[in-house]
Design a protein around this ligand. Sequence first.
Ligand code: HAM
Length: 433
Amino acid sequence: MAIKITRPNGTEDILPKNISKWYSVENAARNVAESFGFKEIRIPTFENTDLFLRSVGETTDVVQKEMYTVMAKETKFTLRPEGTAGTIRALLQNGMLNEALPQKVFYILSCFRHERPQAGRLREFHQFGLEMVGSKSARADAEVICLAKTLLDTLGLKNIELNINSIGCPTCRKKYHEALRAFFADRKEELCDTCKSRLEKNPMRILDCKSPVCQEIAKNAPVITDYLCEECSTHFDDLKKYLTSLGIAYSINPKIVRGLDYYTKTVFEFVTTEIGAQGTVCGGGRYDGLVEELGGKPTPSLGFAMGIERILLLMEKQGATFLPEKELDLYIAPMDESAVTKAMQLAKEAREAGYTVEYDLMERGLKAQMKYADKKGAAFTMVLGENELNSGTAKLKNMQTGEQTEISIEDKFFEMFENVMLNSMFSGVLEEK
Ligand code: HAM
């Protein structure tokens, strides 16, 4: 017997029974992003590996441990571990940074990271994210955070805390790196091997290490906010002022450094304690050096991404409302071959008007067809046999009330069908009241 092949560890099948939950998040995300003037972008699933080395950074966990890379005909490609690098590459390659700024794009895409799978942490996961390119103003930071908050509110989510920090620019970072090197120097031997090498190249990465020993050592490390230059400090103050005026509550958390190297100045995370250890539902910040690093002119930019699986976990936990599943409006049951073409025509007519219609594709008898219609939750059924074809009328049966209405299957079928549908919906509403 052939061995069954199962899905790779850390991936999930998104089944039809759950798809309306995904639509709930994706539709809300699209609507909110568009209401802020963002347009959708779709980028390739894989990119040249160098793109991620230069943007995400060679000393990050993502690059050092988590990328899925293949060698294909002498070129190294990597499945995108995140959306920012590919998006900026696409904006540059398509000349979009020569257009009116800020350039504002959003995306809904899958990402790939070889992490240890657990609840809320997958090897293939999905992000709703966006990038705003061209503004150095703290207004832009406030706008982007406000957009994330609006979406979380629209989804009905509660108990999510916004944590913000500033990790400064290369100027303030220099002094801070020295302070960190001095702090970790005494305990270098206790750090994990990766962090030992980070100490020289990029000591801030130690603060983001997942090893419990490194985390413990890093607990009392100096904080970046004590080393900010005047410009970064003013930018951070302006952001706080704007958030307050927007009524968006926040906490300053000087420990947030984020797991990707491109960030400068503002970084932020929306965090919940309700879905276990992986509680960051959204992370983002400013990356003023990235466009230049990828070959463009110096262009200040920022953005965020939300993990859709984590958002769904939280929505389920909090009993949030999802879009209803699409229902079967009408099932047409042809009793024999002679009625099949009629069933096909009527189904076509009703589908064109937006209804969901099925008819028998299994060549089943009437009883089995009705069982199927029942399982599928059909709102109405209609049997077509010799009598119906001869008389040109058929009975539309309301499956909930059992009520039957005779309608024409020749001319004006659709109008009569729609009348019955609307009447039943209307009486349903009245009954609910
Ligand atoms: P990130 O913090 O690496 O940032 O990921 C953003 C979000 O994706 C996280 O807050 C989390 O909700 C979700 N996420 C990350 N890894 C996993 C995983 N293994 N399983 C499930 N969900 C996960 C970025 O990716 C940046 N590109 C965000 C950004 C955009 N910054 C500026 N613009």
